[in-house]
Design a protein around this ligand. Structure first.
Ligand code: A2P
Length: 342
């Protein structure tokens, strides 16, 4: 099942109840990405093992991780077991991981992707993303978020996105990544890559939820045939910055009563109907199941307009990296602020 476009160019998704029927978005290269996956950034060790195990049992086949999350090994334990026991075929899975900021230089890309593949017990990932446009300098490969004595990020001021992207393309050539993409980039940075690339980014992963819908950036990506994946589609309710922006508590969620759906299901369905891939995070068995039940109902045009109108633009953004990654705004790659407030 594919996302289709109606006469208003708004993607609509036919119903389906099993993961094999989960709609997919199609990349420029013909590869496909399931519109729903499990986000894993909050969990490590046994917690993520249990979440991935349960998600696989529910029918999830798309998992999103990153070297930065330090959970690839745990996720790999579960994936490896499922594949070796024949419970799932590698081709049925869609696995995304990301180049950490301490490896944002051409000569490090192969090494870091190979490390990720080893931990994930895979020979390739479906999607490899540059996690963040800013490079950092770690003491070693385990110093994943290097900070100085004052808690400021140790930046690598030499990050060159163009040569870095060439090294990403080489991962496709080598078969280690089926597709490559970016995360947390602004449109100016994407534009520079588009102008010089041999293999274009297939996907852009960025904060998107009802209060921060990234309409301009999405239109920009759409123009370049870059699919979009929303991280924190539920508005990251665990974050302090989200306390005064509780996406899941907005009254528009009452629409869910009509189908007996929860606010989270309505919020996810809205993004899916916009053609956005969603990767809600959860380690809670009930919520992992709940977030998967979004394919047996459809929001009307009026519902979609109501949900569209919740957008607060930049004010709705929860991840303000200049605060959470102290000192990051001193990097030249954060100077080109366009659609992206760092
Ligand atoms: P939990 O792991 O306890 O389920 P986001 O993906 O937007 O960053 O949100 C992730 C957060 O939202 C996690 O803290 C997760 O907590 C919580 N969450 C995930 N699914 C749901 C849901 N269906 N309803 C309410 N909260 C949810």
């Amino acid at each position: 099942m594919r996302l289709q476009f109606n006469s208003h160019s708004v993607p609509v998704v036919a119903s389906g109840s099993t993961m094999s029927q989960v709609p997919k978005v199609k990349f420029f290269n013909g590869k496909e990405m399931p519109v729903l996956g499990l986000g894993t950034c909050l969990a490590k060790g046994d917690e993520v093992r249990q979440a991935v195990q349960l998600a696989l049992e529910c029918g999830y086949r798309h998992f999103d991780t990153a070297a930065l999350y330090e959970n690839e090994e745990a996720i790999g334990d579960v994936l490896g077991k499922w594949i070796s026991e024949g419970k799932v075929a590698r081709e049925e899975l869609f696995i995304t991981t990301k180049l950490p900021m301490i490896a944002n230089r051409a000569e490090d890309v192969t090494k870091f992707l190979m490390m990720s593949l080893k931990k994930l017990q895979l020979s390739y990932v479906d999607l490899y993303l540059i996690h963040f446009p800013v490079g950092m300098k770690g003491k070693d490969e385990n110093d994943i978020l290097p900070k100085d004595a004052e808690g400021k990020i140790i930046l690598d001021m030499d990050t060159d996105l163009i040569s870095l992207w060439k090294a990403m393309e080489e991962q496709v050539d080598a078969g280690r990544a089926k597709s490559v993409g970016i995360s947390n980039f602004n449109s100016e940075q994407i534009d520079r890559i588009m102008k010089s690339c041999r293999i274009q980014p297939a996907n852009h992963q960025v904060e998107i939820h009802a209060f921060h819908q990234q309409k301009e950036l999405r239109a920009f990506c759409h123009k370049h045939n870059i699919t979009v994946c929303a991280f924190s589609p539920l508005g990251a309710p665990y974050k302090e910055e989200a306390k005064d922006k509780p996406v899941l508590q907005h009254p528009v969620d009452l629409h869910g009563c009509r189908w007996g759906k929860t606010p989270a299901q309505i919020i996810l369905r809205h993004l899916i109907q916009l053609g956005i891939v969603v990767i809600p995070k959860s380690t809670n068995p009930e919520r992992i199941k709940e977030n998967f039940q979004v394919f047996n109902f459809s929001l009307s045009d009026k519902d979609m307009r109501d949900l569209d109108s919740l957008d607060q633009g930049r004010d709705g953004k929860i991840f303000i990296f200049k605060d959470s990654l102290l000192g990051v705004s001193n990097h030249q790659n954060t100077h080109m602020i366009f659609h992206f407030r760092i």
